[in-house]
Ligand binder design. Structure first.
Ligand code: NAP
Ligand code: MG
Length: 504
């Protein structure tokens, strides 16, 4: 029997733990059918951590069958109250395992342990308890009186088997945004983590089993996007697919659904979110929030405020203060270790992202000859570290103003008045998020009205809560996650017409 667990040590925590490296199907870890494995790397060192089994199309099909069987025979018949209790138990287990779960995010995704990874797990605990409370609330239908002899009622029913594909920037959080709402709505699921960050979700899978979730309700199939993702997208027995990742792959998921069984599709894709700072704004607040909105998680945020528009009268002052703030707050640890208490800047996810981001920086400097501030000069020689980088006075048609870089790179540009800046802000194919900083209530609300984006932050940036709907306009996505919509998105309406006449 092939080994489906491996001992991994985390010296910084003085800890060794048992990492599952198999596929999680029917509450068991199993090797892939062809024995193929994928390596995963620690982005802080560039060194291999371990390798895990990569599911084949056949394995993925097995996972879908397990989810189907479990849906029809068990989960469909499980009461909302039982589902609630299972999710509450899951939340307790996540809380118990918080230090290790956070450590796995740090190890495999390079997230600063104390200032980033721990926050993710806190959010997941809150989210899990929130969704536990929805099983008997957001699943209720309506009664619609038509006339004396006709009554219609609606049922909110789960799709059945849902598939999920997630990215690497918030591995467990992105999984939890989908899984917990999906389970609360009453679906079973098959989820594919990103190749770069599969370890935490494999470990997490065990907690569902420990909490008492019946076999087949949750299945985790790590592997290649082109194999597992494609199989899920085209599968005739997957009823719903929810994807978070790039707009390019999101588009192809939509096509795969159209070419197969028209499964319902939710997409959370890319962004190039604008932050607009008016002259009357509280500058300290704007700078703190904008800095966090771009440099947290090394800029690998779909809602990162990667375009900043500053009104011309305060432009120079803003840039100077922004530079100072960034230099002071976004730092590597003393020993360049992401496990250190004060470390706020981790590496980017992979060598290929590292190269892509550097190409953008090089382009800005050499091709467009833009003014640039790189706030950390002393970059570690190992790992995929990039300095927080500020490009100054960048034109609207610059490649850097238009394309999603997905790294710690921000462009700061000038504007004259509301009319001009709302045009700039909306001049993009994306529409995920937006921020406005002003004390003028009218301007703030004009912006909220006029901006074409799924989220508007007024005098703040990148604040989220499990109770609040999240999603994008335009090519940033389709559908919403979290809040009531995080359950609704996994339910469909069934309409029942009741004939109450006395001649039947
Ligand atoms: P990506 O390349 O689109 O990958 C996302 C997921 O899709 C991964 O699990 C990937 O698997 C899988 N995948 C790749 N090719 C596929 C295919 N042909 N068919 C089906 N699945 C496939 O995105 P990424 O580069 O990892 O993540 C960064 C992007 O995600 C950014 O554009 C960012 O804005 C977006 N994002 C959006 C949100 C949001 O909520 N809106 C949140 C986070 C990230 P592999 O790992 O095997 O390649
Ligand atoms: Mg990794």
């Amino acid at each position: 029997m092939s080994e489906v667990f491996e001992e991994i040590s985390i010296p910084q925590l003085n800890k060794t733990y048992k990492q599952p490296i198999g596929l999680f199907i029917n509450n068991e870890f199993v090797p892939s059918s062809n024995g193929e494995k994928v390596d995963t790397v620690n982005p802080a060192t560039g060194e291999k951590i371990t390798s895990f089994y990569a599911a084949t199309a056949e394995d993925t099909d097995k996972a879908v069958k397990a989810a189907r069987e479990s849906y029809e025979n068990v989960w469909f018949k499980t009461s909302p109250a039982e589902k609630r209790d299972l999710l509450l138990k899951l939340a307790d287990l996540i809380e118990e395992e918080k230090p290790l779960l956070a450590a796995l995010e740090t190890l495999d995704a390079g997230k600063p342990y104390h200032t980033n990874a721990m926050d993710d797990i806190d959010q997941i605990i809150h989210l899990t308890r929130y969704f536990a409370g929805t099983t008997d609330k957001f699943t209720q239908g309506k009664t619609i009186p038509i006339d004396h002899e006709k009554l219609v009622y609606t049922l909110k029913v789960p799709y059945g088997v849902a598939a999920m594909i997630i990215p690497w920037n918030y591995p467990l959080a992105m999984a939890s945004w989908k899984m917990q709402g999906c389970l609360a709505a009453g679906n079973t699921l098959v989820i594919k983590p990103a190749e770069n960050t599969s370890l935490s979700l494999l470990y997490f899978a065990q907690l569902f089993e420990k909490a008492g979730f019946p076999k087949g309700v949750v299945n985790v199939v790590p592997g290649k996007g082109s194999v597992v993702g494609n199989t899920l997208g085209t599968h005739m027995d997957v009823d719903k697919i929810s994807f978070t990742g790039s707009t390019k792959v999101g588009r192809s998921i939509l096509e795969l659904s159209g070419k197969s069984n028209m499964k319902d599709v939710t997409l959370e894709c890319g962004g190039k979110s604008p932050a607009v700072v008016f002259e009357d704004a509280n500058l300290d607040n704007a700078i703190e929030k904008i800095s966090n909105g771009i440099f947290y998680n090394s800029g690998q945020n779909c809602t990162a405020n990667s375009r900043v528009y500053v009104q011309e009268g305060i432009f120079d002052k803003f840039v100077k203060q922004f530079e100072e703030h960034t230099k002071k707050n976004w730092i590597f640890g003393e020993k360049n270790d992401v496990f250190e208490k004060d470390c706020t800047v981790g590496p980017v996810i992979s060598e290929s992202q590292f190269k892509t981001i550097h190409e953008y920086i090089k382009h800005g400097k050499e091709e467009e000859k833009l003014e640039v501030i790189e706030t950390i000069k002393d970059i570690p020689s190992k790992g995929y570290y990039i300095s927080p980088t500020i490009f100054v006075d960048v034109p609207q048609d610059s490649k850097l103003s238009r394309e999603e870089i997905f790294g710690p790179v921000v462009v700061v540009s000038k504007f004259k008045d509301y009319k001009q800046v709302i045009k700039y802000a909306n001049d993009t194919n994306y529409g995920l998020a937006s921020m406005v900083f002003t004390k003028n209530i009218s301007v703030a609300n004009w912006f909220a009205r006029d901006i074409k984006a799924g989220t508007v932050w007024i005098n703040t940036s990148n604040e989220e809560d499990p109770t609040v709907p999240f999603g994008g306009f335009k090519e940033s996505g389709i559908g919403r996650e979290l809040g009531e919509t995080g359950v609704e998105t996994y339910l469909q309406t069934k309409t029942v017409h009741l004939n109450m006449s006395d001649n039947i």
